[in-house]
Write a protein that binds this ligand. Structure first.
Ligand code: IMP
Ligand code: MG
Length: 179
């Protein structure tokens, strides 16, 4: 069955330009610091991380973590649990967490805490999208692609009930659009 096509909020071109800008800033900030460890948060970050990493001009490795939040589709409430850990030891590494979106901030706070406990040289974070809303747990991301209002977005890795991730643009998901 065909999925309804949401209206773009950020086009493919706009995203590409912004990802390139983020990559330039990150490359300049980490120039000369050695190898960077990019830690992507599955599944949402896989497309953003792939595009960002290929534009970085500093040496880097890529690893992933996966979390489960017991949440229903469209919700980020619930307890976070690590369901896939890093393969790469974090000790002494400059770590850059890469996620698709900051909603209430619990994911970033959870992962910052987890990584910081393993003795990295530094931990920073980069998110493509940040929602403008009060956050229960503020760990301010160091790099932000786009600020949006408190709406549910899909595409470019972002899902609704695990669908729409591979749309090449970011769109607002309207309730009533069904999968
Ligand atoms: P937080 O812990 O509330 O900041 O939520 C972050 C996680 O919730 C992200 O990594 C996404 O997986 C998911 N999320 C939050 N808002 C959205 C959205 O608008 N679209 C898709 N996923 C979202
Ligand atoms: Mg996510």
């Amino acid at each position: 069955m065909a999925l309804a096509q949401p209206t773009p909020l950020f086009t493919r071109e706009t995203i590409e330009t912004r990802v390139a800008e983020l990559a330039r800033r990150i490359s300049s900030d980490y120039a000369g610091t050695g190898e960077l460890l990019l830690v992507g948060v599955l599944k949402g970050a896989f497309i953003f991380l792939a595009d960002l990493a290929r534009r970085l001009e500093v040496p880097h490795r890529v690893d992933f973590v996966a979390l489960s939040s017991y949440g229903a589709a469209g919700s980020t409430q619930g307890n976070l649990r690590l369901i896939m850990d890093l393969k790469t030891p974090v000790s002494g590494q400059h770590v850059l967490l890469v996620d698709d979106i900051v909603d209430n901030g619990s994911t970033l706070r959870f992962l910052h805490g987890l990584l910081a406990a393993h003795g990295p040289a530094s931990v920073k974070s980069c998110v493509l999208v940040r929602k403008a809303k009060p956050r229960v747990a503020e760990v301010a991301p160091d790099y932000v692609g786009f600020e949006i209002p408190d709406v549910w977005v899909v595409g470019y890795g972002l899902d609704y009930g695990d669908r729409y991730r591979t749309l090449p643009y970011i769109a607002v998901f309207e309730p009533g659009q069904s999968a």
